[in-house]
Write a protein of this length. Sequence first.
Lengths: 433, 433
Amino acid sequence: MDFGINNFFDTKHKNSKIGHYQDLEHIDGLSISTVSCGLYEKKRDDLVFFYFREGANYANVYTQSKLVSENIKWNKKIKEKKIFGILINTRNANAMTGKNGYNSLKNISTNLSKLLNEKQNSDEDFPKNIKPNQILFACTGTIGEKFPEVKILNNLNNLIEKIKYTQNKLIWIKAALGIMTTDTKPKLSMAECKIGNSEVKIYGIAKGSGMVYPNMATTLGFIFTDANISSSVLKQILNLNIKTTFNAITCDGDTSTNDMLTIFSTGKAHNKEIKNFKDPKIKQFVKSVHQVMLNLAKRVVSDGEGATKFITINCQNSKSEKDAKNICFSIANSPLVKTAITGEDPNWGRIAMAIGKSGASINVERLSISIGHYFILKNGKLVENYNEKNVSEYMKNENIEITVNLSNGSKHFTTYTMDLSKEYIDINSDYRS
Amino acid sequence: MDFGINNFFDTKHKNSKIGHYQDLEHIDGLSISTVSCGLYEKKRDDLVFFYFREGANYANVYTQSKLVSENIKWNKKIKEKKIFGILINTRNANAMTGKNGYNSLKNISTNLSKLLNEKQNSDEDFPKNIKPNQILFACTGTIGEKFPEVKILNNLNNLIEKIKYTQNKLIWIKAALGIMTTDTKPKLSMAECKIGNSEVKIYGIAKGSGMVYPNMATTLGFIFTDANISSSVLKQILNLNIKTTFNAITCDGDTSTNDMLTIFSTGKAHNKEIKNFKDPKIKQFVKSVHQVMLNLAKRVVSDGEGATKFITINCQNSKSEKDAKNICFSIANSPLVKTAITGEDPNWGRIAMAIGKSGASINVERLSISIGHYFILKNGKLVENYNEKNVSEYMKNENIEITVNLSNGSKHFTTYTMDLSKEYIDINSDYRS
């Protein structure tokens, strides 16, 4: 199903100033390689390498879980100014694997950096002293299983051989497919804009269709730009944009040990390096990154395990943003609301239940609830001409919008989620899915 | 399915000092009546009245939702020393029904108290001035639908006519059936003990199989005793016992607008009225009430919507009880853990995920996880002789126990929940279940 995801393209398309979507193409300064190490029983790419021959600026946000995977620990220790690559494997999360899991990453990065330096030797323009700790790792898959170090080591040569220095639509799709676990679709997004007179590109891919919950870089997401932006500004852009994108989605309320979102800038566009977040020249760029992030975040939700509906939940006019967020997520994570939506039942009582349990400050006499453009409750009272048949008809849509208006403040929040269907149970009760 | 609920009987039975379980019989000072008002399409009892001809002491705990039903508002206003009855209806929650819903209760209690006073006239020993606000209400069912005041009013005469002044097994089962909504089984429990030399009885019934979550009097529960205990002591007994019983269970993480648990004492046993919670004479009584409450709470979980497994989750040796509770509920409410258990998959990585997202203070190197009596993780490391096959075999049981040991403190908590099966979706996506 598509949840009108293609409409995201169309909607944004109208605003040609923000940029436009199209098939992802080449980003100067980036190379991509994908291989299969045989991590799955069925043959598929399971190792993806994004490689920056001349290095890249970068910034990360990570899961807020207290039990993080070994690769997150590895990445957090890196203080290098430039990064030369990120290696992403699927099938194994490298979480709860302890020192062995960490040492695997040490061995892999040592070998990989050696191979890269050998390769760089062939071109005198490129740095030849890539260090192991200039390689980031992203891992996703089952927690607590031994990390497949040997299988990955055995495929590093192959990975280097397959590096594509120029990208096209196909290699991007291969990369987006190569990082998938229970996802049913690759997730790609792009925007273009100007910094001063320079055209810059922002490309992104993501994976994730379960264990998706906010307050961190949910799922894996990788954003690439050729814009010339300092790492500290990249970090501020990520921090600003994550709140209303990857931190505004939830599939099942679960939070991974491995979530990360990384942005890389190769600096190959012609703009002068941006070192100040408040530089007015990047206003449009910040928005375009937001657009790519929101698009990817929505794709994650719309591909949520067993999703049959894409649900947008707005909470308006609350006392605090925290209240609005609590209400949105209380509704979004309620199994009773989710299953009512699966059943196409406008059971707004369950929405009220979720509002009540959120702990937010509420004045019932000012509370309004609407589904789609149908008001159900207005200032605490069922609207007089309420016709459930109309709302039942609306519930048959693939895109469902719920709006709660508290009328006791001026803050708001919007969250995105999917429903809870039997397919979710099927996928997740399957042995070691 | 039964989850060895009958074993609760057997287990407790061994300890004859605590009391024993048996079919519920008569409690002096209590009368019961059940009728059908036609609130459901299919004919069934939907109105249950517990009546105290000479009044009863009582204490309540209520839902912590910010949006409470009209009957909770009604009950909270009552400051009378003695209560004469509680009227329980199903099918309609009387929540989000505003002033109309509240006025319905006013009308019903006015009519009901009149009828009761007429009835009391026939016996000169009984009080003849029962006031409307000496009747409590419990409602359960769909939120936001008009309260069926007229149907209930029309059946009050019938309700009075059917009052049984003596109880037996059958009338208790009828009452427990009459308060059910999506429950598949009536929930009854009993204990007997002594206060001084007086034998006293504690009988309880409950309903609830969804929207069950802690931090309040989840579900509806009614406890009756003939012991002579002041209302303030009853309140302290409820508050103490609720933490580890009704507030330690969760089915789907959802919280109702209507939850309440009430205890009534008719005072017809021969003990002198207990006015001090610290009176050593009630030590055993407090434990027996706990036993009845825990038994009912477990029955609610075991009858959880679509439950195929009964799950006990222990968190041991945490820094604070809050940490232990957060970890227990993070595991218990995780759809990924629940579905793994449905699939009989010992996917302990998901347990680790849920521990990580709980926000509790954890030292990974001290963390241990076991399923049943199988250690999986010990001090942060996978146990050397870990044999997944054994645990897979264990997962086929109906009763699953998960234990997390943090080894960084001395607090603990235990919670009870069930798994998440396709049947949950079936039940809850069914239009207006």
